[in-house]
Design a protein around this ligand. Sequence first.
Ligand code: HEC
Ligand code: HEC
Length: 250
Amino acid sequence: MSGSNASGVKSFVGLIVAALVGVPLFIFMVVKLFTSGSGVNLGLMTMTDQAIEARLQPIGISKVVDSAPIGQRSGKIVFESVCISCHGAGLMGSPKFGDTAAWGPRISKGFETLWTHAIKGFNAMPARGGSTDLTDDEVKRAVAYMADDAGAKFEAPAPAAAAGGVVDPETKGKEVYESTCQACHGTGAAGAPKFGNKADWSAKLQGKKPEDVIENVLKNGNGAMPPKGGYSGSDDEFRAAAHYMINHAK
Ligand code: HEC
Ligand code: HEC
């Protein structure tokens, strides 16, 4: 009797141990199964959604987003807003983005042939991908973006606009800085924030948008800083010079 009692207790304890260890383990495995499973499914679903969305994109309507002024949009932006609707999935026999085998023979035609075809249209490929507001340079950038991704080394004309607006801070902005702003900002004369000095510049920009600060000194000046820094060229060139200084204070 006592023997069977003991084994009864043992198996009861065993059951509890099994429940304590086994149940959480089971739950853990189920959760793991479902979460990893749903991760994969989510990925597949978004891919399908994207593919469907791409197929539903209207053709011939300008879909370019306003992320940069017309003429200044990057190849990536043009691709993602226009060309992707066909080239994203390889619709209608278009060379698919990322498909090196499909792009290889295209790339060997040379950059000029490819962008000419992209601008003028080529069989089922509509002129400018159907987006008539794309400039030639923007189309060239998108061609280079797709082809270079598949192994080409095409160089499209870079957008003139960088961080500071339509005038490039690193070229024209630098030039204006050296001809005009450096007189004070180069040395920090008269309390001007010194070129390259992070502390000086962050004190001026603290809690403000760089654009607002620039617009203010452009129009009103500030203390010993004359309006527009005394610069006689265009407002955009002044802005570029200001961005040049701000970019180099980081
Ligand atoms: C409406 C669908 C569609 C859109 C949108 C589209 N393409 Fe195409 N594209 C095609 C098709 C189809 C082909 C294949 C044409 C052929 O070889 O007969 C093609 C081919 C090309 C080629 C290869 C040309 C050649 O000579 O082999 C380039 C380059 C190209 N497209 C660039 C672009 C660029 C850049 C954009 C976006 C601005 C764009 N495409 C948007 C459908 C499209
Ligand atoms: C005559 C000297 C002088 C020249 C030239 C000058 N600055 Fe300044 N700048 C200053 C001074 C001084 C300040 C600091 C003003 C203050 O905070 O009191 C300043 C501040 C600034 C600021 C920070 C904004 C602010 O309100 O403090 C910017 C941006 C700026 N200058 C841009 C320029 C640019 C761009 C040029 C050249 C086109 C230029 N400056 C030429 C003296 C000058």
